[in-house]
Write a protein that binds this ligand. Structure first.
Ligand code: AMP
Length: 395
């Protein structure tokens, strides 16, 4: 696996696919610059080597050229974060842009306009990819968030760089973290899967049963498993058409010697509302008119014990409706347990959508080993798929 550390960038122009798809407010101010911060180590290494950087990214989902999706809005943020003046090319391809790129001196940085202003980007168009390839001597993919897309800048462009392509620091870190959980993790290995639906996690569960010793299933997914085993789940969220599958997963887990831990009790509510009345109930005996919205005390204690005895931990999905304060405690306590296990030496990876939001919101970001920057890319990796953006560099 080639990374930026395998190259010296002196007098070289690096064409870097970064993920600068950052949230903007109505006045086009960046409200969360994590993604720009995450790209900094790669950019800094190249500049320190004596190279120059051409940065390319998408922003949002524009339909053609729409100025509200222009990357010019973030130029100042990029400058502040990397500490270098950033030039801006108002088209990501074309003669004028090629000339800006060619004239870059060592230590200089050029940011290209939104790739998705050209529909060829998402189509993975060959001609467009070739045009992009003219902008650099070495191609670097550092955008994990789009590594599961076979777009021009994430995948197709790589074919124009035979021995001059590599992973950026961020993408290499993401790949290493997933490997540490899925392949080389110290045992016992635990996956915690929460979130709303079995259907969105089914391929992950099936893939992961071959990798883990323990699997905690929490959140809304719980109730499909409980109902399938004859429990009364009241008004809790459930996918009836996935009950057979749930039973099959339990059977597969047994055959593979994986211990599955479901909640024992839940904090049930009489409405889907933060102000609802609440009561702790046995997970198999939730009263009619009530729904389980968070883990109960016995569940939390059991999950804590499981987490503390594991050496490798993957966490995807909240254990309850954490967006409502009164149902966030199961997720917070799980975060505390994982933070504790991590400080005892376990490796912990948090990835995929809402669990990342939860670790940030509740302050666990620096207490776990790694927080993934990719939502869909992370989920597809956990499903066991080889991401096209990664395959293109390995080719
Ligand atoms: P996912 O995107 O599949 O990880 O699901 C995350 C969502 O699951 C969050 O918005 C949670 O509010 C929701 N969720 C977690 N537990 C429950 C539950 N017991 N009932 C309903 N929704 C839940």
């Amino acid at each position: 696996m080639k990374t930026i550390n395998d190259f010296n960038f002196k007098n070289k122009r690096a064409l870097i696919r970064v993920d600068f798809n950052v949230p903007l407010d109505d006045s086009f101010n960046v409200t969360d610059d994590t993604r720009i911060q995450s790209a900094k180590p790669t950019i800094t290494k190249i500049l320190e080597d004596g190279g120059s950087c051409v940065l390319m990214s998408h922003l949002g989902r524009p339909k053609g050229v729409q100025s509200e999706f222009s990357l010019k809005h973030i130029v100042n943020n990029v400058e502040d974060i990397i500490g270098v003046k950033v030039a801006f090319a108002d088209n990501c391809v074309g003669e004028a842009t090629e000339s800006l790129a060619e004239n870059l001196k060592p230590g200089q940085v050029l940011l290209l306009e939104n790739l998705r202003f050209h529909e060829e980007e998402k189509k993975g168009d060959q001609g467009f990819s070739e045009q992009l390839s003219r902008l650099g001597d070495i191609y670097i993919n550092d955008a994990f968030g789009t590594a599961h897309r076979a777009h021009a800048s994430t995948t197709v462009v790589a074919q124009f760089f035979e021995n001059t392509k590599c992973f950026g620091h961020l993408l290499a870190q993401e790949i290493d973290s997933i490997k540490k959980v899925m392949e080389t993790g110290e045992k016992p290995v635990l996956a915690v899967l929460g979130g709303a639906k079995v259907s969105s996690k089914i391929t992950i569960i099936e893939n992961i049963l071959d990798k883990v010793d323990h699997l905690i299933i929490g959140g809304g997914m719980t109730f499909t498993f409980i109902k399938a085993q004859g429990g009364n789940i009241g008004d809790s969220i459930c996918e009836d058409d996935k009950m057979e599958l749930a039973l099959d997963i339990l059977k597969q887990a047994k055959a593979k010697n994986v211990s599955i831990h479901l909640p024992i009790d839940v904090l049930a509510a009489d409405a889907f509302s933060n102000d609802a009345n609440t009561e702790v109930m046995d997970v198999m005996q939730i009263k009619d008119g009530w729904q389980g919205l968070d883990a109960g005390p016995k569940s939390k204690a059991n999950f804590h014990d499981v987490v503390m005895k594991c050496k490798t931990i993957l966490w995807n999905g909240p254990l309850g409706v954490f967006e409502m304060e009164n149902f966030s405690n199961g997720t917070i306590e799980l975060g505390n347990s994982i933070a504790g296990a991590t400080s005892n030496g376990a490796f912990s990876l948090v990835g995929g959508g809402d669990s990342v939001a939860a670790v940030k919101q509740f302050g666990f970001k620096d207490k776990v080993s790694y927080v993934s920057t990719g939502g869909g890319a992370m989920l597809e990796s956990l499903e066991g798929k080889t991401l096209p953006g990664i395959a293109a560099i390995l080719d």
